[in-house]
Design a protein around this ligand. Structure first.
Ligand code: ATP
Ligand code: MG
Length: 586
């Protein structure tokens, strides 16, 4: 394993490479998380670094999380380390097993694993509740924490502001023995929710608000999805997180920039607990990076949850959602998402990334990977008047134009075809090269035809186009090239085509920064973010299984819907158009 990866450099890779080059004290690893006593006599860790991805199971993962997943799992892989998946489940009211399962699926789907060499690095902060409690008792005994019995309002009033220092709680000088007694009573359920909190004793005058005696534990009678009713006090994230990192011997704890101001408290917790003998050096180091902001997209779990709850989308996995389940259902590949995350890089300055970049990563992945097929989305009849009744002429088309080795598909040609309504104009605008009376076009992979006219209904709407065949013009036959035509259009035989539901998706928001819109992001919802059409696809797709990706020529990349697609009743979702149509619209 090399310290100098060939992938693009960024400051976190550089930092890890530097740390490894500098060497560090041997880190024992007992094979599972635990306090120093367990790791101290264990063999040195074979993992050169340990990182973790720490989601809270209170929602589905989204594209922003993908950046963190790719970074944490990615650097662990590159540097010969390991990445843990740790559920930060310290907030029981909002968390549940459904979210745990969906997060596990999503990380696996992206292509990462926490299982190797007989070690499974899947952990839960709730597994550490006993340790965290024990550490808290130590902090109280050592004078580093106290039970505060102020009301929430009193606490808030004494917290101070960014420009004014806070004031000490009247309970700050409570002696350790009394705090310990109260803390034990809190745990035993003797006190009402909210009546006391355990706080770190640091500095109420600190310019960093996070050091003004932050809370460590709160009383909360809530059923936990894993520990049930065993606890009625729960640790705060800012306390549980560094301790969890140290128990797991994380070396590089990567998080988003909003935690920068929390780092002094992160270090405070680790240093105090190391003094207590619970952790040995080297202690985990927190390193912050900029979160992903994607335009035309919302990445707040709370707002995504509300979009689902209020019925603006059909569910967390609606193909318009930026969740990983949504992107998956839309047709995104794990490779495209990983490549996008690599390409946007990792920096310390906040910026907006264009949604077009994510779409482009998908096009690039599918351009080579996706087989080609024909679909007619807005069908109009084309009648070839001089085609012999009943004759079926097989025409061949490549599965992929750049990969002849992938074989061919057969399109049966008959006298009654579906073409796209937009491919015919009775009175063509200037430059129109497709079908209009008197003009010749090639029916792609088939024959050249010459338009002879059209049929209309009582309202004047065109219901069929008429043409005559040029019988010696079949693609791939000698002499076919003698017909020089300017346009080629796609088609399907009416008797052979399969009827299909086709879902055409567009951006969920019409504004690049939906949150900045007056009236909030809901005011920027795109009313036309999905259009469902009943179209036709080529007969060879009859046995297509769910989640098959392909390119419908001219229309874009599509996927058979994971949930609704049936062989007899196909459903295709458009993942992305062939070109960025939004770039033009602007
Ligand atoms: P919540 O508001 O529920 O805390 P969250 O998006 O922070 O939402 P977490 O489950 O706490 O969700 O996130 C897990 C990890 O993913 C965290 O380390 C967080 O920093 C990272 N993360 C979340 N959103 C983004 C983003 N937009 N870009 C990069 N990383 C992100
Ligand atoms: Mg969070």
């Amino acid at each position: 394993m090399s310290d100098a990866p060939t992938t693009p450099q960024h400051f976190i890779r550089q930092r890890i490479a530097d740390d490894l080059a500098a060497g560090s004290p041997a880190r024992g690893w007992a094979g599972r998380p635990g306090p120093a006593a367990e790791h101290r006599n264990a063999p040195p860790d074979t993992a050169r670094i340990r990182t973790r991805f720490p989601p809270e199971p209170n929602g589905y993962l989204h594209i922003g999380h993908a950046k963190s997943i790719c970074l944490n799992f990615g650097v662990a892989e590159e540097f010969g380390g390991r990445c843990h998946l740790r559920f930060d489940d310290t907030n029981p009211e909002k968390e549940n097993q459904e979210y745990v399962d969906s997060i596990i699926d999503a990380v696996r789907w992206l292509g990462y694993s926490w299982d190797a060499g007989g070690e499974s690095d899947l952990y839960f902060a709730s597994d550490y509740f006993d340790s965290l409690y024990r550490f808290a008792e130590y902090l109280i005994e050592a004078g580093h924490a106290y039970v505060d019995s102020q009301t929430q309002d009193e606490m808030r009033a004494r917290r101070g502001t960014l420009t004014e220092p806070g004031t000490d709680s009247p309970f700050r000088s409570r002696n350790p023995a009394e705090s310990l007694r109260l803390f034990r009573e809190m745990r035993a359920g003797a006190h009402a929710d909210g009546s006391h909190v355990l706080r770190a004793r640091i500095d109420m005058a600190s310019p960093n608000m996070n050091l003004r005696d932050p809370a460590l534990y709160r009383i909360r009678r809530a059923h936990h999805h894993r520990t049930g009713d065993a606890w009625c006090i729960y640790p705060m994230y800012d306390y549980a997180h560094p301790a969890g990192d140290a128990l797991e011997r994380i070396t590089h704890s990567l998080c988003t920039l909003e935690f920068e101001d929390h780092r002094p408290f992160y270090d405070w917790v680790l240093e105090r607990l190391a003094e207590g003998g619970f952790f040995d050096a080297p202690l985990p180091k927190q390193i912050e990076f900029a979160r992903l902001n994607l335009d035309y997209t919302i990445t707040s779990k709370r707002k995504l949850q509300a979009l689902v709850a209020d019925g603006h989308v059909a569910g967390w996995d609606d193909p318009r959602m930026p969740t990983l389940v949504g992107l998956r259902r839309r047709g995104y590949t794990p490779a495209a998402i990983r490549s996008f995350c690599e390409r946007i890089g990792v920096t310390r300055s906040d910026s907006w990334i264009e949604l077009g970049q994510l779409e482009q990563a998908l096009r690039e992945d599918l351009e080579d990977a996706a087989p080609r097929a024909t679909a007619v989305l807005d069908p109009l009849r084309l009648l070839i008047e001089d085609w012999p009744a009943g004759r079926v002429e097989p025409c061949v088309a490549p599965v992929h134009p750049a990969h002849p080795e992938r074989g061919e598909r057969t399109l049966p040609f008959t006298g009654e075809l579906w073409i796209e309504r937009e491919d015919f104009e009775e009175t063509p605008p200037k430059g129109f090269r497709r079908l209009f009376p008197g003009n010749r076009v090639r029916l792609r992979y088939g024959f050249v035809v010459e338009c002879t006219g059209c049929d209309k209904d009582a309202d004047g709407r065109v219901v069929a186009v008429r043409a005559r065949i040029l019988p010696d013009s079949k693609s791939g036959t000698p002499g076919a090239d003698q017909y020089k035509v300017k346009g080629a259009i796609h088609w399907l035989s009416i008797t052979h085509a399969l009827s299909a539901e086709i879902r055409l998706y567009d951006r969920l928001f019409t504004e690049p920064q939906p949150d900045a819109v007056e009236g909030g992001h809901l005011a920027a919802l795109n009313p036309d973010s999905v259009r469902i059409v009943q179209g036709f696809v080529e007969p060879g797709l009859v046995d297509t299984t769910p989640e098959t990706r392909l390119q419908f020529e001219r229309h874009g990349y599509f996927v058979t819907d994971r949930i609704d697609h049936r062989p007899g009743a196909p459903v295709f979702n458009r993942a992305v158009t062939l070109k960025d149509s939004w770039a033009k619209r602007k």
